[in-house]
Design a binder for this molecule. Structure first.
Ligand code: BG6
Length: 506
């Protein structure tokens, strides 16, 4: 594979968690497997005053965190770190950008970048417009000499109105082709595998519609709390943090029509159609179809964990949801009448993300089952951990009578002879370096997601709806099962793909 052109990567918000935990390890992985340009430099920009060495120590710590507390291979790491430098700025003062431009130009000469720059904005989104404008006023946006790509972290906006405002302010300075709205879920191998599973297996696609599918369930559970991001999270909540972006993208990939090719726009056009077909929800229907929860203090494995309202940076009277379960429909020919369910939350028993396709039962079920769930076939697409696919089907339990049991057919990525699954940011950074935007959010898709959720946000602004407490370490509010109805419940997954059950060993 050919290497991308020499280039500079300028990261704003460089001392934050994202850079240490995700970007730095991903860059190192690219560096080690030779996918990084022949010559490259990384400039970190942050508010803190710090030397280049100070910044390198932060990155070094991040690399250790991601490698069971030790550096993978010292020599390669130190060589890698020598490409990092730091520039201190409050990021809102235009004067700073003159100094930054001088540093960029110097580094450009050092690494023969030829004017190829990536600007990665890993800051709160309220800084995106200012930073972009200052960069452009400093003459750093025009692509006359080299490419200029701008990467923006999610959430892109705060609601529909702020999305429009932000998009408009960026479009004043940049072409759409320069904008990369990152959603790291699209960088996950297993998320991309949804397309391959659906569109390369003739056996599934004929069944993938309202005639055979009873309902679709998507779970993204996390066992961690808000960690040290209370300030950010309290303004986001589960809906802005996970649903508006990551999980609606997964809905798009799971339910889209086959694209005409693998071209970026062909895929994104199909995702857009799905999001535009989401049945609008009126403000009055929100309470019935969206269930919010907030974790409360509990003892987990003998250790007391704080409730959400006691977390640093969180308002002690906060009404922000740390758990959200929702029901919705896609009004098109393929999916008319099939309910979709999403459930996501912090401080649930286990970290697991999966899609469950529940197929309809046979038209007349001959056999007795104690649990109605057992009469359905289901397919679990496990995004993480224990990545893989599981198909559940009915068998006769050996012995007298006809007792029906579920049996499993499963595939685990860990069984493949591959060294490791690439990190999501690794794939996405490599794509930006090459200029491939297939796995990035397009503005009309993000707009459709905000539009769908707007009535929900409006209803919640009235502050009258219920938010249920749930003890940290449990599966969220008990009544979330009522959303599904018909005596059915959510699948309660374990870390191990093939195991499920509310109280299974985690
Ligand atoms: C991020 C959210 O986008 O995704 C976090 O801001 C969340 O709150 C994270 O923890 C989950 O990502 P992953 O890859 O661990 O599922």
């Amino acid at each position: 594979m050919s290497k991308p052109f020499n280039q500079l990567l300028v990261i704003f918000g460089a001392t934050g968690d994202l850079v240490r935990r995700k970007l730095a390890p991903s860059l190192l992985a690219l560096y080690r497997n030779g996918s990084i340009p022949e010559k490259f430099e990384v400039i970190g920009v942050g508010r803190k005053k710090m030397s280049d060495d100070g910044f390198r120590s932060i990155i070094r710590e991040g690399l250790k965190l991601n490698n069971e507390n030790s550096l993978p291979d010292n020599i390669a790491v130190e060589d890698f770190l020598s490409h990092f430098s730091y520039f201190s700025s409050n990021m809102t003062d235009s004067k700073d950008f003159v100094g930054l431009r001088d540093l960029i130009q110097k580094k450009d000469r050092d690494c023969e970048a030829g004017g190829n720059y990536i600007f990665y904005l890993a800051t709160p989104s309220n800084l995106y417009s200012d930073i972009t404008e200052h960069l452009c006023h400093a003459g750093l946006c025009s692509e006359e000499k080299g490419f200029r790509r701008f990467v923006y972290e999610k959430p892109f906006g705060y609601d529909l109105e702020s999305f429009y405002k932000l998009n408009k302010s960026l479009k004043k300075f940049l072409k759409e082709s320069q904008i990369y709205r990152i959603d790291h879920y699209l960088g996950k191998e297993t998320v991309q595998n949804i397309l391959v599973t659906r569109f390369s297996n003739g056996i599934f696609e004929p069944l993938w519609n309202r005639n055979y599918i009873h309902h679709v369930e998507i779970t993204a559970a996390e066992d961690v709390g808000v960690e040290n991001r209370g300030g950010y999270y309290d303004n986001a909540g589960a809906m802005r943090d996970m649903v508006q972006n990551h999980l609606l993208q997964i809905v798009g990939l799971t339910s889209m029509e086959p694209p005409s090719s693998l071209n970026a726009d062909a895929i994104r056009n199909e995702i857009l159609k799905v999001l535009q077909s989401l049945r609008p929800i009126s403000e009055d229907e929100v309470e019935k179809n969206f269930l919010r929860g907030q974790y409360t203090s509990a003892i987990i494995n003998g250790i007391k964990v704080p409730g959400y309202r006691e977390e640093p940076g969180v308002n002690p009277e906060s009404r922000t949801e740390t758990y959200l379960a929702m029901k919705f429909y896609i009004d098109n020919w393929r999916w008319g009448g099939v309910p979709f369910f999403i459930r996501t939350g912090k401080r649930l028993p286990v970290r697991v993300t999966e899609i469950v396709i529940h197929f309809k039962s046979t038209p007349h079920f001959l056999f007795h089952v104690d649990d109605p769930g057992k009469s359905f076939n289901s397919m679990v697409i496990r995004i993480q951990p224990d990545e893989g696919i599981l198909l559940k089907f009915c068998i006769k339990k050996p012995g007298p009578g006809f007792i029906v049991e579920n049996a499993d057919m499963d595939f685990h990525y860990s069984e493949l002879e591959i060294e490791r699954i690439p990190l999501p940011y690794e794939r996405l950074l490599a794509d930006v370096m090459k200029g491939d935007s297939t796995l990035f959010g397009r503005s009309d898709i993000i707009e459709a997601a905000w539009k769908f959720l707007e009535p929900v946000q409006n209803a919640w602004k009235r502050k009258t709806g219920k938010i249920y407490g749930y003890p940290a370490g449990t599966w969220g509010p008990e009544n979330a099962d009522n959303l599904i109805g018909e005596g059915l419940t959510w699948r309660y997954p374990c870390k191990n793909l093939s195991k499920g059950g509310k109280y299974c060993e985690l």
